[in-house]
Write a protein that binds this ligand. Structure first.
Ligand code: NAD
Length: 486
């Protein structure tokens, strides 16, 4: 048996003991995970410094605080999430118990990406634990130092229930040959398709958290200095390696130069005039990605930045101007600190531009005009839409996070993670009396029975408000029906 097979089998055996069904156990495991984050913070930040040149404060701000917040939400709301959820009944089931019971799925495979390796790997884990599943955790091999530290989770959590399996593509493929009850993958859409193909062999449901090009439209009617401040932050944090970073700007040619001036000022303010030596400006993860990003920028006009150093995987915050839609940089997700500006003649053209392409993970619009925001919302589709800011929707646990179309499927964060990794089982509990009510469904089928079935099954009734009245009416109707079919 391979190492991966052993880990999955052990996780399944641990799940089958039933211990993860207990809410107290789940809460304890979540608290253990939080303790791991606190006690191992130094190891976590040191590893990320080596992998992505992230600063200690940056790691805490962008990776750890969000996880702690999600754990707190899960711990405080788990009892409510896991409780049976009564639903509205119809007239036929009015005296029955009808509810949804969230149940664990079984063993979940979590495949993480490298750009925010803690956030994108452990956030799904929080959902998996809260929902009562076992989980096999596969960190990205691309951030090797971080993956090593992630293995230490086994010292804190139930290591049979939540094994960490490290390794590269062969190991991930071996994992994908095993049977899981859900696969939660974060990464690029090419591998996303492979994951889905592997999952289909066992009819395993998948959540795919993918990426793509997230557009950012700047309207003429806008406070450009504030807009550019927020865009500069959203684009260049983590050296542009953020799945929801604004990938490119769309704006009227008449404001392009002012946008460039404002972004230049913000780059200097945030990262000094020498970002290469500044602690809060990161690096590209590896030389393969460095070369890919540099090749994308070829052929476009550099307005800001452009300096680079392959030996350090350094690319300065870079803005490209007058970029044509046909240029290389507009053909794939940039995932680096290069920001093209594509001039468009106003909102309608921007909307057309966006709709001609794949549905993005995030869509940004900057404007002081509410009508522009409303039009952008109603005439486009994307995983999320933000007006007048970037990235921050990620921090709201009550907003579902996920893509649509090419940017992914499924959603998570807060209760959405819990629901995504639960089976929402429909339960209807009847008593063995009132058999006469069922006459209408038993053969022989007659016009009269059909008439009654139509009344009882098709009339929309708000039983919430009319419960008492409906119960009385229902009893009267049933009595009449019973009398007739005798
Ligand atoms: P990556 O290279 O780390 O790959 C992700 C995972 O896939 C890794 O664990 C890796 O082992 C596995 N993998 C890679 N090739 C494989 C193969 N051939 N077969 C099986 N498994 C394989 O990460 P990446 O794909 O470079 O990540 C960047 C992408 O992820 C970007 O497109 C970004 O937008 C997206 N992303 C999305 C989100 C989100 O929440 N939607 C978050 C972060 C990143």
């Amino acid at each position: 048996m391979s190492r991966e097979q052993v880990a999955v089998e052990r996780a399944r055996k641990a799940f089958q003991t039933g211990r993860s069904k207990d809410l107290g156990y789940r809460i304890q495991q979540l608290k253990n995970l939080k303790r791991f984050l606190t006690e191992r913070l130094k190891d976590i930040t040191a590893a990320l410094q080596k992998d992505l040149y992230k600063s200690q404060h940056g790691t805490e701000l962008y990776e750890i605080l969000g996880l702690e917040g999600e754990i707190n939400v899960a711990v405080s709301r788990l009892a409510e999430w896991a409780a049976p959820r009564p639903v509205e009944k119809n007239l036929l089931t009015i005296s029955d118990e009808v509810y949804i019971r969230p149940e664990p799925l079984g063993v979940v495979l979590i495949i993480g990406a490298w750009n925010y390796p803690w956030a994108v790997t452990l956030q799904p884990l929080i959902g998996a634990v809260a929902a009562g599943n076992a989980a096999v955790i596969k960190p990205s091999e691309v951030c090797g130092h971080t993956a090593k530290v992630m293995e230490l989770i086994s010292d804190y959590m139930d290591k049979e229930m939540y094994p960490v399996v490290t390794g590269g593509v062969p190991e991930t493929q071996e994992l994908l040959r095993q049977r899981f009850d859900h696969i939660f993958y974060t990464g690029n859409s090419t591998v996303g398709k492979l994951v889905m193909e592997a999952a289909s062999r066992h009819l395993t449901p998948v959540t795919l958290e993918l990426g793509g090009k997230s557009p950012c439209y700047i309207d003429k009617d806008c406070n450009l200095s504030i807009a550019c401040r927020r865009i500069t932050w959203g684009k260049f944090v983590n050296c542009g390696q953020t799945c929801i970073a604004p990938d490119y700007i769309l704006c009227d040619p008449s404001i392009q130069d002012r946008v460039i001036d404002e972004i230049r000022k913000c780059i200097e303010e945030f990262y000094t005039d020498d970002p290469k030596t500044f602690q809060d400006y990161g690096r590209i993860i590896n030389q393969r990605h460095f070369k890919r990003i540099m090749a994308l920028a070829e052929g476009s006009t550099v307005a800001i930045g452009g300096e680079n150093d392959e030996s350090q995987c350094y690319i300065a915050p870079t803005v490209l101007k007058d970029v044509s839609p046909e240029s290389k940089v507009m053909q794939e997700e940039i995932f680096g600190p290069v920001l093209p500006i594509v001039p468009v003649g106003g909102l309608d053209e921007a909307i057309r531009f966006i709709n001609e392409r794949e549905k993005p993970l995030a869509l940004y619009v900057f404007t002081s005009n509410q009508k522009v925001i409303k039009q952008m919302i109603s005439q486009t589709s994307s995983g999320a839409l933000l007006a007048n800011d970037c990235l921050v929707h990620y921090t709201i646990s009550d907003l579902p996070f996920g893509g649509v179309g090419n940017s992914g499927m499924g959603r998570y964060h807060g209760k959405y993670s819990f629901d995504q990794l639960s089976h929402l089982r429909s339960c209807l509990i009847k008593k063995l009396n009132m058999e006469a009510v069922n006459q209408m469904r038993y053969p022989p089928h007659t016009t009269e029975k059909l008439r009654w079935a139509r009344i009882l099954l098709t009339k929309p009734v708000n039983l919430g408000r009319l419960r008492r009245f409906a119960q009385v009416a229902m009893l009267a109707a049933l009595a009449a029906f019973v009398m007739q079919v005798r």
